[in-house]
Design a protein around this ligand. Structure first.
Ligand SMILES: NC(=O)c1ccc[n+]([C@@H]2O[C@H](COP(=O)([O-])OP(=O)(O)OC[C@H]3O[C@@H](n4cnc5c(N)ncnc54)[C@H](O)[C@@H]3O)[C@@H](O)[C@H]2O)c1
Length: 342
């Protein structure tokens, strides 16, 4: 039986990926591995751990070689899907150290253990942010897999460094690696420091939503289940050494996202939006050309933004205890620094 190590499995996308595989009842063993940083939450996996005997959780750090080796031997790991990362751009601007540690050193340690243990497949989950920013008014210009890496934030620089390491292990050591680079995700279990869950939960708490700058930055938004499905497709059918862009062909400004959420939640703009100073080095536009994964592997997204955003808002309405628990303690200190005292 395949035995897949899923790093960062208690985070947003990792937990959705595990959920997808458990619900599909694929005959795979899943080892959910996570350090449980502020962004990791075992509550994201609780029901799955109770229901699936092929799923186990291990608390551990990808920078810790001996723990990884022990997990490998105990569970006979055959494949790795590597989500674990420090993932929030704003936090990387406040302090980049943890990003270099986990996203670069952690990726190197994981690659070394995977190589020594002769892993069958290693999939690096990366981001379109490694490509930098695109011209705002040239809609025909998009990120392709050959766009040069020009990361502009400490977060994206650390992800680009991780991607380069993965690439180098393919060329130098002939390791069976795959890399995916996806656009912005939204959906259930998203930590409420990121735009969509932050805005939805703020409105549910009767707070204002903090919109950066002029609100005209553009992102390509993809429902998280589509991202997980694309990763599974690449893991099963992708060619080693290749990069696959994943996107929704769905460019939307932050302003339009805000308007959509306000409309769905019956909140007027004037009473609920507060403009805050723009993020330093804020990339203006991201857009993904996902024709390679479509033409080569037959993957396209299944969810439309107009309906999936409603599903997402409803999920936060139905899971108030989940996000209220997350929006406490350390989160409140971070929120004050980021949005209130500036
Ligand atoms: N969220 C997006 O829109 C998006 C888009 C494209 C790519 N990605 C990539 O997908 C991956 C997952 O993103 P996410 O949004 O789920 O992030 P997240 O912050 O929600 O989850 C990251 C998880 O990694 C864990 N982790 C952090 N450091 C660790 C360490 N040293 N060892 C073990 N576990 C550790 C955390 O506890 C957390 O559970 C990241 O690699 C990110 O770069 C995210």
């Amino acid at each position: 039986m395949r035995s897949i190590l899923v790093t960062g499995a208690a985070g947003f996308i990792g937990s959705n990926f595990v959920r997808m595989l458990v619900n599909r009842a694929e005959p795979v063993k899943l080892v959910a591995f996570d350090k449980l940083t502020y962004a990791g939450n075992l509550a994201n996996l609780d029901d799955l751990l109770k229901k699936d005997k092929h799923l186990v959780f291990v608390k551990g750090d990808i920078c810790d070689q001996s723990t990884l080796e022990r997990v490998w031997d105990e569970h006979g790991i055959t494949e790795v899907v590597h989500f674990a990362a420090e993932s929030h751009v704003d936090r990387s601007i406040i302090s980049s150290g943890p990003f270099i540690h986990t996203n670069v050193v952690g990726t190197q340690v994981l690659l070394d253990v995977a190589r020594a243990k002769k892993v069958d497949k290693f999939l690096q989950v990366s981001t379109d942010e490694v490509y930098g920013t695109l011209p705002y008014d040239q809609k025909e210009v998009m990120f392709t897999e050959t766009t040069p890496l020009e990361p502009n934030s400490p977060y994206s620089a650390s992800k680009a460094a991780g991607d380069c390491l993965v690439r180098s292990y393919f060329h130098t050591h002939h390791m069976p690696v795959l890399t995916t680079r996806c656009s912005n995700n939204y959906g259930p279990y998203h930590f409420p420091e990121k735009l969509i869950p932050l805005f939805v939960t703020n409105l549910m708490e009767g707070k204002k939503v903090p919109l950066y700058g002029d609100g005209l930055n553009i992102r390509d938004w993809l429902y998280v289940e589509d991202h997980c499905d694309a990763i599974w497709t690449v893991l099963n059918k992708g060619r080693f050494g290749e990069v696959y862009n994943i996107g929704g062909n769905n460019e939307i400004t932050n302003r339009v996202i805000t308007e959509t959420i306000l409309r769905e939640m019956n909140c007027p703009w004037d009473q609920h939006v507060t403009y805050v100073q723009d993020r330093a080095g804020h990339d203006r536009r991201y857009a993904i050309d996902a024709s390679k994964i479509k033409n080569e592997l037959g993957w396209t997204p299944k969810h439309r933004f107009e309906t999936a955003i409603k599903t997402t808002i409803q999920w936060y309405r139905d899971h108030e205890a989940w996000w209220r628990n997350v929006k406490s303690g350390e989160y409140l200190k971070y929120y004050e620094t980021q949005y209130v005292n500036r």
